[in-house]
Ligand binder design. Structure first.
Ligand SMILES: CC(=O)[C@@H](O)[C@H](O)COP(=O)(O)O
Length: 252
């Protein structure tokens, strides 16, 4: 549940960098996504076509504060987004470093505290750091969005151990892998690990065929979720025959 909302489709799709509004529209439909994220800047510069897509696609809009570097910027952007989109959902990004676009954990927690107190349902883009996660929950967040890898890098789940620990440490908290996913198999891996959803943008928008790629990601996320629910076999160091050995011919 994401702030009381259950989602059948666990792929959340970004809406930036598509070759055209038509391709964006078709990619959203092909992905099956029920939630799309929109930056306030993009909304402002997207034109009527973009606005129509947001209105007609039937998806929930998760506005984001992409590009914000300070608490003040992020909080103001979130408040403007609430007015513009008529939702109190906000994907909170407070960027701390220009090269890695990694979140500033201190500013993030502070902005989350202010926005939660103001009635927002905050989806904070964070790292896999457990203490920062604890602080975000204490600030009022009910969902955490750890990064897979730096935004736009396509590196996948870069700190697998850290993400596994995070999943184990916050068993009841919806965790969404956000950013850095480059291939459908990486998205599937996140879901197999028990993450609740995957948010991505660049891998679809910059594909040669974004519509086909959106479909591939939708299917991968669904398959990973199904596999996790089905119970994956434990890994073993040594071989174990999968065919029973009784009944073998005895050679005298
Ligand atoms: C669109 C958005 O919110 C991005 O900031 C997000 O984190 C996606 O990252 P990728 O583009 O790496 O998928």
């Amino acid at each position: 549940m994401f702030y009381g909302l259950d989602l059948q489709n666990r792929l959340m799709l970004g809406t930036a960098q598509y070759p055209s509004p038509q391709v964006l529209r078709a990619a959203i439909a092909a992905s099956g996504a029920e939630v799309i994220t929109v930056s306030l800047r993009r909304e402002g510069s997207g034109g009527a076509g973009f606005h129509d897509i947001l209105r007609d696609c039937g998806c929930l809009i998760l506005p984001n504060t992409a590009g914000c570097h300070t608490v003040r910027e992020a909080v103001t952007t979130a408040q403007m987004a609430r007015d513009l989109f008529g939702t109190n959902w906000i994907k909170l990004e407070v960027i701390g470093h220009a090269d890695t676009l990694q979140p500033d954990p201190f500013a993030l927690v502070e902005a989350a505290r202010i926005l939660c107190a103001d009635g927002f349902k905050v989806f904070p883009y964070t790292t896999e750091d457990l203490i920062v996660g604890e602080r975000l929950l204490a600030a009022g967040c009910k969902v955490l969005m750890p990064w897979g890898a730096p935004i736009g890098s396509g590196q996948g789940l870069r700190n697998l151990d850290g993400l596994r620990s995070m999943r184990a440490h916050f068993p009841g908290v919806p965790l969404v892998i956000d950013a850095g996913i480059g291939t459908p198999s990486q998205a599937m891996q996140a879901m197999e690990l028990g993450f609740d959803a995957v948010l991505l943008n660049t891998a679809v928008a910059k594909a040669l065929d974004p519509v086909a790629m959106a479909r591939a990601f939708g299917q991968a996320v669904a398959a990973g979720r199904l596999a996790h629910a089905a119970g994956l076999m434990p890994r073993r160091d040594m071989a174990q025959p999968s065919t029973p050995i009784f009944g073998m011919a005895e050679l005298a």
